[in-house]
Design a protein around this ligand. Structure first.
Ligand code: BQF
Length: 302
């Protein structure tokens, strides 16, 4: 059994990104600049945004945190989005989800310039992914693909069972794993809350991606010997003995499933840290792609 160590892998990735930033600087170019919009004071959201800003510092990116009150109107938030779209120094930005209930999330995500959409949540990016075009891939599925790549987990001809059809994880990862290419060429079954006898599917799977949000849902008797298990769950459970008053639990009963698994991601320290690293990767790409556009324009002007 091999643990797919997302913490270690994300550190290696960040090192590589930091190296590229040094080279950009040495060449007299601007460093990548990520902005994050945080609306309200949801505890988990604050934690996530803070780790993104910290990760920017680690690799030498510039970062901007736009903090907005929970009662901001949709109109005022859209104005902030417009400002970020127009700000030439910002290569990419994210709007931390979830947003307060009075705000239409879809409307906000549609307002993000797809070229700055480093979360890959704009329909233009989703469509481009589905059509095998260059695009921003949402950080969590992108991180899963990178983890599979670095550990050389075979996917070609394998049966992948994805559990959960969210726009951010389940849907996109099912597309990516079925695509042509090194980490693709899998046969993918996308399951969800209306799938009868889910265990009949998971027991057949060579690779299981759990993105359901139910703590320790996948038990030992629901998987076959030699399975690869990717756990995307991150439920916060109250734990008075833990330093923060809670502990993070995945969708997999790790201690049961690990005995049958060939490869398995832990929680914490699996997919989560990869998500942060791939957001940085997307921001670096945004910066490079913008550079490419600018140099094309210059060529025309000359
Ligand atoms: C780890 C997220 C649900 C809704 C909105 C490291 C993260 C999590 C876990 C993290 C997530 C989940 C993020 C670990 C960002 C992943 O060590 O296991 C990092 O920061 N994430 C988010 O920004 O918004 C979410 C999950």
């Amino acid at each position: 059994m091999t643990i797919l160590d997302g913490k270690k892998t994300s550190e290696a990735l960040k090192q590589e990104i930091a190296e590229e930033v040094k080279q950009l600087k040495a060449a007299g170019k601007k460093v990548p600049h990520l902005a994050a919009v945080l609306v309200g004071d949801n505890g988990a959201s604050i934690t996530y945004v803070n780790s993104k800003v910290k990760a920017c510092e680690q690799v030498g990116f510039a970062s901007t945190l736009v903090k907005l009150p929970a009662d901001i109107t949709e109109e005022a938030l859209l104005e902030e989005i417009d400002k970020l779209n127009a700000n030439a120094d910002i290569d990419g930005y994210i709007v931390q989800l979830p947003l307060p209930k009075h705000i239409d999330e879809q409307k906000i995500l549609l307002a993000v310039d797809p070229k700055k959409d480093v979360d890959g949540f704009h329909p233009a990016n989703f469509g481009r992914i589905a059509l095998d075009m260059e695009a921003f891939i949402p950080a969590t599925p992108f991180g899963i693909m990178e983890l599979l790549k670095r550990y050389e987990v075979p996917t070609k001809g394998k049966h992948v069972v994805v559990v959960g059809r969210s726009h951010i994880v389940g849907r996109p990862i099912s597309i990516l794993l079925s695509q042509k290419g090194a980490q693709g060429n899998a046969t993918v079954t996308l399951t969800h809350s209306h799938t009868p006898n889910l265990a009949d599917f998971t027991r057949q799977a060579d690779i299981i991606v759990m993105a359901l949000g139910i703590p320790e849902f996948l038990k030992g008797d629901m998987v076959k010997e030699g399975v690869t298990v990717i756990d995307v769950g991150i439920t916060r459970l109250q734990d008075d003995n833990a330093p923060k008053g809670y502990r993070i639990v995945g969708d997999v009963a790790f201690d049961e499933v690990k005995n049958k698994a060939n490869y398995i991601t832990p929680v914490p320290g699996g997919v989560g840290p990869m998500t942060i690293a791939m957001l940085l990767k997307n921001t670096l790409l945004a910066c490079k792609w913008r550079e490419r556009v600018v140099s094309k324009l210059l060529t025309i002007n000359c």
